[in-house]
Design a protein around this ligand. Sequence first.
Ligand SMILES: NC(=O)c1ccc[n+]([C@@H]2O[C@H](COP(=O)([O-])OP(=O)(O)OC[C@H]3O[C@@H](n4cnc5c(N)ncnc54)[C@H](OP(=O)(O)O)[C@@H]3O)[C@@H](O)[C@H]2O)c1
Length: 362
Amino acid sequence: MLLAVQPYPTTVDRSPAVVLRGPPLTAARTDRQDGRMRAAWYERQGPAEDVLEVGTMPSPEPAAGEVRVRLTVSGVNPGDLKKRQGWLGSAMPYRRVVPHSDGAGVIDVVGPGVDPTRVGRRVWVYGAQSYRQFGTAAEATVVPESLAVDLPDSVDDELGASLGIPGITAHRAVYADGPVAGRVVLVHGVLGAVGGMAARLAHRGGATVVGTVRRASDLADVPRDVVQHAVVLDASDPAAEIRAAAPGGVDRVIEVALSANADLDAEVARQGSVIAAYSSPADRPALPFWPLLFANVTLRLLGSDDFPRDAKQHAVRDLTEAAADGGLSVRVAARYPLGDIAAAHKAVESGIHNGRVLVTLP
Ligand SMILES: NC(=O)c1ccc[n+]([C@@H]2O[C@H](COP(=O)([O-])OP(=O)(O)OC[C@H]3O[C@@H](n4cnc5c(N)ncnc54)[C@H](OP(=O)(O)O)[C@@H]3O)[C@@H](O)[C@H]2O)c1
């Protein structure tokens, strides 16, 4: 997550932007002959409806080692909203930001040094707005070529646009501490974007997956082909249910809500287990220190923007392979045209659950 301390030089876009306001735009794509594209951006942080603008701006041109991707889908992640909101005091890292890091589309231009046969290839994109200014909420984005990954024919663009932040975070949460074959992996919030990917990756890796949801009404949506035991957290004794599924305790916990679940996690941990936490409702979670200590638990905290490079590359390989052979899927909750990007952000903010929110490009 890019916060107030910006280690990268700020670049200023002084190009005149034609800002289109009013009703959502559904017109055909901007004519690329004029060197411009439709995009969404913000130039100050704040509520979606106040700061997100949709208009045209110059199409980005790839520099050496970069590719330009003509996008079909842009994935909205909670982290995109946090950057736009100024979460934890984060400042604007650039004068203008085109949001969203994840997407899918087709490479239409390559920069010097990039294999020209990549032009025309379908790709999934990650990290487009991680320490970078112009993300995927646009008709095109430019990224270093390694961030545009060939998309197998069998994988649709919507899944491709969901592999980035959720997939890479899930992969590291599951695999940072070694293989999971024969292990029990507890995935909290198993219907979430990261949780869903984590459950599928853990299952694919040979683990027994125990998945939690907060409400009994969500049980029907739990994918039983990968989640062997589904537990409702609002039930009277979820720890007992998890223990019944894993009498020896769980080996790994993939944690979306550390402050909410720390006591439960301590109750079900086995000796030497790992809690891999990627989010927490409270900034300063209270931990049951002694139970965690007696179980020799490792607390692994995950910040996906800054995962080691080799971990990201490992994740990218595994995710692409898993997607290709049908081992991953995504449930789409809602699709919005680019002109309705503020509504897409508000849908994610409102806590829409059980699916991804996507922005579609014409
Ligand atoms: N650290 C990182 O690098 C990183 C990477 C990706 C995401 N994140 C963060 O992780 C969070 C989730 O991201 P996401 O994209 O997966 O969001 P998402 O698709 O909205 O999924 C969140 C899931 O967590 C569930 N949940 C919420 N509170 C829970 C609790 N106390 N116990 C169990 N499950 C709970 C939600 O269930 P309900 O539907 O019942 O609310 C939902 O299923 C966000 O805060 C995001 O910013 C961090």
